[in-house]
Design a protein around this ligand. Structure first.
Ligand code: NAP
Length: 330
């Protein structure tokens, strides 16, 4: 079986006593590499040797001290990643055995408990999803949260129906490009991909109508999934049919938006928040979406970085210069 694995997933012969981890010692300051003892594995938990750990906007929000949950510093960030199970605690399903290749996502990782920015992570079994061995290790780490967020924004919050026109603001981003792919695969009548830059729009799948900037949309959409937010969100209300919906989830273009209430009311567009911290998706949904990355039906761009270069990667993500989902390789 080991020969079929994507390179990067390793099962060490013996576990070390110590590991390298990246920790935030002060909110807003650059994270630093530390040596720490391996975590203990409790009941219902697994110990995973990480192959790749995602650096996300959520991690930066928590590390800035601006999130609802403020971990006690120093803490290990990281909401998501992938690796190999090396030890299991009591009560864990026997299907999750040492040697299993898995993803970790959610369950308070990187906020209320130590996260994935470490060589070894102890995680509750409920946040573990098995990954196909052929899946590229960076994609395995990065694909789940973006695909789940896109799915929930489109189908659960946005209630997309077959044949509807769907707009995606921030279509060149990780979540946005998954919204485009899923809308096309699930029968949207048209998908309008709003991007800042023609070059970045070129990476979107054929079938999407790429529009550069916010002004050039000819026919309004029924549903807009907005991943960028910011002051121009109010003008994008005008891109949506009266009675339509905006599922909004991100704020890479700014944290504030101001609406003229008479216009908003006249337009009769519903503004619907997508909050992945509160959503409970069906247990098998993440696994089903991850399998579609292994077959190439869904895709996500990644940028791999060595742990010692993490500070630079964090700055690139913060400045909007990361060209793909940033993934630390161990
Ligand atoms: N609500 C939730 O539960 C939830 C869940 C997941 C993600 N999110 C949020 O969703 C957002 C997108 O995440 P992601 O992983 O897709 O990020 P990403 O891959 O970094 O993509 C960011 C997108 O924002 C665009 N952008 C950046 N700065 C901009 C600006 N000043 N003006 C206009 N567009 C700008 C980028 O355009 P270029 O390609 O041209 O740079 C890109 O399309 C983040 O804010 C993240 O925190 C929220």
């Amino acid at each position: 079986m080991a020969a079929d694995r994507s390179p990067g997933f390793e099962t060490p012969e013996e576990l070390p006593v110590e590991m390298t981890a990246v920790r935030v010692h002060r909110f807003g300051a650059a994270p630093q590499l530390d040596r720490l003892p391996l975590p203990e594995v409790g009941e219902g938990e697994v110990l995973v040797k990480m192959a790749a750990s995602v650096v996300s906007h959520h991690d930066l929000t928590v590390a800035g001290g601006r999130f609802a949950v403020r971990p006690a510093v120093p803490y290990i960030p990281g909401l998501e990643g992938a690796g190999t199970v090396v030890r299991v605690g009591a009560g864990v399903d026997p299907k999750v055995a040492p040697g299993s290749l898995v993803r970790l996502y959610g369950g308070g990782l990187g906020a209320s408990r130590p996260g994935t920015w470490a060589e070894y992570v102890a995680a509750p079994e409920r946040v573990v999803v098995e990954v196909p061995p052929s899946l590229d290790v960076e994609v395995a780490a990065a694909c789940g949260s973006v695909a789940l967020t896109a799915w929930i924004a489109l189908f659960e919050v946005g209630e997309m129906q077959r044949g509807e026109r769907v707009g995606v603001a921030g279509a060149s981003g990780a979540v946005g490009s998954l919204v485009v792919q899923l809308a096309l695969r699930h029968g949207a009548g048209a998908v309008v991909a709003l991007v800042r830059d023609r070059e970045r729009g070129g990476a979107l799948p054929p079938g999407a109508e790429v529009v550069v900037g916010d002004d050039g949309i000819e026919t309004p959409v029924d549903l807009l999934v907005d991943t960028v937010g910011g002051p121009r969100l109010s003008s994008r209300v005008g891109m949506v049919e009266p009675g339509g919906r905006i599922a909004y989830l991100g704020y890479t273009a700014g944290q504030e938006a101001c609406f003229t209430l008479p216009n908003l009311l006249a337009r009769d567009v519903r503004l619907l928040p997508v909050n992945m911290m509160r959503r409970r998706s069906p247990r098998d949904l993440e696994g089903r979406l991850v399998a579609q990355f292994a077959t190439g039906e869904l895709q996500v761009a990644t940028v791999g970085v060595e742990a010692r270069r993490l500070t630079t990667a964090v700055e690139q993500l913060r400045a909007g210069r990361a060209r793909g989902r940033v993934v630390v390789r161990w």
